[in-house]
Structures are given as C-alpha cells and as structure tokens.
Design a protein around this ligand. Structure first.
Ligand code: UDP
Length: 244
C-alpha cells in the first residue's frame, strides 16, 4: 500500500470548529490515505460559517480541516493549542506530487480559462507523468453539468479553485458521487501556479505576513480582512476567558 491508513485525527476546537492538529507531512499522509473533503480554513471562512449554517455543516463534516494562515494559528495559540499553519497552496502542490508519483489521476476546476490551462501545463512540466483527466475554468453556470463530467472522468484527486465558500459547496455536492477521491478547495492557487499572480516573498511567508503583502499589492482585499481579523481575535479571546 502506498499510504498509511493507521492515522487518527486529533481535532482542536476554535469558535466551535474542529481543526486537525497534524504537521504538514502528517496532513499530506492523511489526505492521501483518507478520501474526502479537505477544508483549508481561515478567519474569514470561520466568520462566514458563523452566519451560514450550511457552510458550518460542510466544514464540520469535512474529512480534514487544516489551518491555512497565521490567523487560525494565532487563534489556536491563544486557546493554548500549538498547531502550525499549513498553507493550502503548499498542501495542494504536495498532493499533486504524491498522486502523480503513484499514477493517480487529477482534475483541476476553477480560475479563468487561460489560468487553469497554464496551471495544468506547468504542473505537468513539474511532475512528468502527471495524469490530468479533466480541467475546467471556474466560470460556469451549470454546476450539474460540470459535476457529471468530473464523475465521468473519476479523478483520484480533485483540486477546486473557485474561492470560498463556493469551492466548499461545490466539493460537498461532488463528494458523495466520488467516495474514493480526495478533494481540496484551493482559493487563488491556480493563479499562482499559472504564473499570473506571485506569492509573497519567503520573508513574508516565514513571518506569517503573506496576507499583509497580498493586501498591499491588492488593496481591495482590505475589506476581506478588516474588520473580520480583529473581530476574530476578539471572539477567540472571549472564548478563552469563558472556557477557563
Ligand atoms: N473564481 C472562479 N470562479 C468564480 C469566482 C472566482 O473560478 O466564480 C476563481 C478566481 O479566478 C480565482 C479564485 O477563484 O482564481 C479565487 O481566488 P481568491 O484569491 O479570491 O481566493 P482566496 O484564496 O482568497 O479564497
């Protein structure tokens, strides 16, 4: 067997959402051995899920929930849990590598048509032998049609980059049809893989300040983190006080 099935989840709670406390390598191992939905959670998603029960249920029923950014890592620290962040874009790439090495098939759904195409060909160049059985841009009206094409292609790994919460809802509708596949929502990762958008320099990444770099480069993102991020920290502090 190319994976280890003997791993158990160890969930820690933040604002009533369970987050897996795996290291990066453990998360990769878990994801290849346990099919299902992977959610890369951040404070904006938690805030959205607190207002949307369907979204909250999707997160709670996901097979793996990783802390995508520094916000959730800090929140968990305030609550006394030492869990390192796992950037979705890196987890996604590591999964592509593992699945390619093991002759498993992959599908890419999301981003603009030229972006998903460029992302697919760059991934193929990086991982020779990668078997991409389906790719589709993220600007479609008929979900049912795309879902039935994915089911037909039956990929082992499904990468969905439609932004949140669209991608989580999409994966949720797909997962019962492909019970043996691993599916992950990857936000803007295809834009980076296509070379259309640059990731923050390593300096910012290591400090957990990628969000600051992205916001300065793209000021319209400001309203996504403000006031969500400070409110998130306040709510977590409140949770800590009440849980004592
Ligand atoms: N996107 C898409 N279909 C849509 C809306 C967005 O495919 O209807 C894509 C968009 O092109 C981009 C990604 O979804 O590639 C969202 O990126 P964003 O940076 O907003 O996501 P985040 O990582 O912040 O959740």
């Amino acid at each position: 067997m190319w994976y280890n099935r003997l791993m158990d989840r160890d969930l820690v709670k933040i604002l009533s959402f369970g987050v897996d406390s795996f290291t990066f390598d453990e998360a990769v191992n878990y994801a290849v051995s346990h099919p299902g939905q992977i959610v890369t959670i951040n404070p904006e998603m938690i805030a959205a899920a607190q207002k949307n029960e369907d979204f909250a249920n999707i997160i709670s029923s996901a097979e793996l929930v990783v802390p995508d950014g520094i916000g959730v890592e800090i929140g968990l620290k305030i609550l006394g849990h030492k869990v390192r962040r796992i950037p979705g874009i890196e987890l996604g790439k590591a999964l592509v590598e593992k699945f390619a090495q093991n002759n498993k098939s992959v599908a890419l759904i999301g981003a603009k048509p030229e972006v998903v195409q460029a992302a697919a060909s760059n991934l193929k160049a990086e991982f020779p032998g990668l078997n991409i059985v389906y790719s589709k841009d993220g600007y479609f009206d008929n979900d049912e049609e795309v879902i039935s094409k994915i089911i037909e292609a039956s990929p082992d790994l499904v990468l969905v980059a439609l932004g949140s919460p669209k991608q989580e809802f999409f994966i949720n509708s797909l997962k019962t049809h492909l019970p043996n596949s691993t599916m992950i929502g990857l936000g803007g990762s295809f834009d980076v893989w296509a070379g259309a958008v640059e990731r923050a320099p390593k300096f910012y990444q290591n400090l957990g300040m990628e969000w600051l770099y992205r916001t300065v480069k793209e000021p319209k993102r400001f309203k996504r983190i403000f006031p969500t991020l400070p409110l998130f920290v306040l709510k977590v502090c409140k949770e800590r006080v009440y849980s004592k």
